[in-house]
Design a protein around this ligand. Sequence first.
Ligand code: C5J
Length: 236
Amino acid sequence: MTDLLTVPAEPYGFAFDPARTALVIIDMQRDFLEPGGFGAMLGNDVGQLRRTIAPNRRLLAAWRQAGLLAIHTREGHRPDLADLPPAKRRRGGGGTTIGDSGPMGRILVRGEPGHDIIPELAPAPGEPVIDKPGKGAFFATDLHAILHNRGIDRLVVTGVTTEVCVNTTVREANDRGYDCLVLADCVGSYFPEFQAMGLAMIKAQGGIFGFVADSPALLASLAAAGLIQPALQGAA
Ligand code: C5J
């Protein structure tokens, strides 16, 4: 077994065995992040999410170089919307909603352009992609089975949005026995106050849901262990 590494984090250091740790990148989808997508159409400032692209790219490149498991998720529904709860469809303040035509195809429907992961973070062959109908990545998916079968007990969680799908996934993971490290510079919210609170809630009360650090701290620990080239710590 690989020695445990420790990343300086809040509320205290996050110890992990890289071979038993997966990077889970949540919902870095075009409709959430791109200027012409559904999120922008609703009037959100996608810049708040786009600032996470460069650090996620850096992290993913390092993670791959270290030969570790990276998993991608996408929020979306079947084209017939049979897996879309009426309550989820109803909510959203009226107007254009899930399943309707949007600027990048039908909103949050699998197979539509807006449902795709942004090209900057496209999954590599062999990296699992989890299509999830809910906010959490464990609900109605095979994520837990995939992690369990690979002996994974720690997660590094990044993606969007901090207070919705990232928080929900971390809480689901916590209840299933995983330790989660959330990287503050690699998660984003359209709302700065939710970004701050979303992170504060995870690390509160001695890490009630998990740990929070920045990606350079994790990259430094991988480099110190010789798992990545030191150059990758700063490469975009
Ligand atoms: C939302 C998500 N915000 N990925 N989805 O509806 O956080």
